[in-house]
Write a protein that binds this ligand. Sequence first.
Ligand code: NAP
Length: 310
Amino acid sequence: MPVNVLFAALPERWKTYEAPLKSALTAAGVEADLRMEFPPEKVDYIVYAPNSEVQDFSPFTRARAVLNLWAGVEDVVGNETLRIPLARMVDHGLTQGMVEWVTGHVLRHHLNTDLHVHGQDGEWRRYVPPLAGDRGVTILGLGALGTACGQALVRLGFKVAGWSRSPKNVPGITCLSGEEGLREALSSAEILVLLLPFTPQTGNILNAATMAQMPKGAVVINPGRGQLIDDDALLAALDNGRIGHATLDVFRVEPLPADHPYWAHPRVTVTPHIASETRPETAAQVIAENIRRGEAGAPFLYLVDRERGY
Ligand code: NAP
């Protein structure tokens, strides 16, 4: 008997995921019937995007797991109708995309590339940047994405610190945790990268008090979640020079409203939540492997801890 796999995401996603998912399931040795519609009581696995129409999981009486297509789970983790395991997306393609986006934006600010991009006016501006070894970059969040970005920055020679909930040991990265660890992480953050999930504990983690602990003129790069930042405090810090620049990919409201002060601010760069996308070819392999594990009675990969919220 094939397992019934419901693809619960926006219809336009079906076009990009159908073929990769089918071939990954076959390659994983799983006989599956993959569709966008099933009677709920016949569904075995739900491949899920939190913006899909499925918001009530209670009719899926025999489903064994919800396999999220996104790394962020804040829109589903608190769903009280969800009583089965929830796995988040950890995808090689998504990770690689984030590494490229983060290193690109760190290098832009490290090298002060803007000085020359916007300075083609006949003036010979000799700004020589420090070497990476003299630049402190801090990453809040040392998970799948934060660790990969940190390791890439270490390979480029940066002085990298990382902060997480539990203590970690990553070669080349000064790993910190706890409240005292956050203070130390911020104090060396000439460039700060936010790669935390949004949970009740991480909301507004970048606020007036935490920004005051960073070196004056530091750069903030946020590909994590908009809710990590107290927006009014950041705008004030940009206006008074405490923060030199903010490169923001994610926002409380998306798309960012056209009249939001971030758009017009001279020291803000807005990117439209494109830091990294789940890549269908690689993500399909992760989903298929988790269904294979479910069928073999093996533990699922990348399970979300509902208590922690990520
Ligand atoms: P992850 O593997 O779950 O890692 C999360 C990290 O944050 C872990 O190191 C965790 O600590 C740490 N953390 C969580 N709560 C904390 C707290 N209260 N205090 C200190 N550290 C805390 O997540 P990921 O896959 O790296 O993804 C991170 C986030 O990136 C996602 O949640 C999503 O919001 C965002 N994202 C954005 C894009 C985009 O295109 N902009 C794309 C993908 C993902 P422990 O290691 O101790 O658990």
